[in-house]
Ligand binder design. Sequence first.
Ligand SMILES: [Zn+2]
Length: 78
Amino acid sequence: MRTLILFLLLLAGIYFVRRVFVRTSDRLRKRQSRPAGGERMVACAHCGVHVPESEALIVDGIGYCSPEHQRLHRDGHA
Ligand SMILES: [Zn+2]
């Protein structure tokens, strides 16, 4: 009986460690997909909000937070 309890505890331990390990490696993978040393921020030309370069919309060297603001900014200057 004691052996069975030890076996179940071992299984639970393996399950727990694996879950933590999978979650940690997943987080590391996400962090590695971004450039080292922090991402460059781009200011939206329409509202001034700073967004990461990878999420910003850059048209003709001007950054925008969203396609909507790119359109509004372009229309405002037309
Ligand atoms: Zn904006």
